[in-house]
Design a protein around this ligand. Structure first.
Ligand code: SAM
Length: 213
């Protein structure tokens, strides 16, 4: 998701109190940022932030961090936060490739990947957020009993993601190829912007939850 260039978006983000400006400086100290010891859940590739904001509003005992690469996109989330401030949500503008520089070993309890960019060319496979390269990074920062939840409407990306699980040393806890008609996995589902758009035109939504033994 890339939005039209918004003049001054970098400056607006640099001044926002909702955005952590030097995230690597908080490595191992994220609980201090929130002033409590609640578990930390992150979304990588947050987009405009609807999913993170709904989760944060519903779960005050969990700290959320939304990560987004592009300032023009992140700005939309910042603007929404101005209207609905949530003390348990912070935002970071960064490329997820640097995630291990920002979170310490086991510092994160849950990682959400929603409608990640598909990078369809084979030579770009390692850029896909559910790739084994990224699973290796998630392994570093995730607590021992942590989970990754991944949703997409892209069948090729989902098939790829399923194939990456075992070689990367992960196990499947739950999987569906039609989330919105799965009576167990749909319970408590929070729609993302992309999920709303693609499910409204009839695309099935795929989801997995994975963990390490
Ligand atoms: N998660 C949102 C949703 O479901 O509505 C947005 C989905 S959008 C297709 C994917 C988002 O991931 C884009 O906003 C993109 O900029 C972001 N993104 C892609 N690769 C990223 C990376 N390596 N690090 C951080 N964000 C990334």
């Amino acid at each position: 998701m890339r939005l039209r260039n918004v003049t001054g978006s970098r400056e607006m983000i640099a001044e926002s109190r909702f955005v952590v400006q030097e995230p690597a400086a908080q490595r191992g100290k994220w609980n201090a940022v929130f002033g409590n010891d609640h578990p930390i859940h992150i979304e990588i590739g947050m987009g405009k932030g609807r999913f993170m904001m709904e989760l944060a509003a519903s779960n005050p005992d969990i700290n959320y961090i939304g990560i987004e690469k592009y300032s023009t996109v992140l700005l939309r989330a910042v603007q929404k936060m101005e209207a609905q401030e949530l003390s348990n949500l912070r935002l970071i503008r960064m490329d997820a490739e640097e995630i291990c520089e920002v979170f310490d070993k086991g510092e994160v309890s849950r990682i959400y990947l929603n409608f990640s960019d598909p990078w369809p060319k084979d030579r770009h496979a390692k850029r896909r957020l559910p790739s084994r390269q990224f699973l290796g990074r998630y392994h570093e920062i995730l607590a021992a009993d942590g989970r990754i939840e991944f949703k997409t409407d892209n069948a090729d990306l989902f098939d790829f993601a399923l194939e990456e699980i075992a070689p990367a040393g992960w196990k499947t806890e739950a999987v569906t190829r039609d989330l919105h008609h799965d009576e167990n996995m749909f319970v408590g589902n929070i729609m993302t912007e992309y999920e709303e758009k693609f499910s409204s035109i009839g695309n099935p939504i795929y989801k997995y939850i994975i963990y390490r033994e």
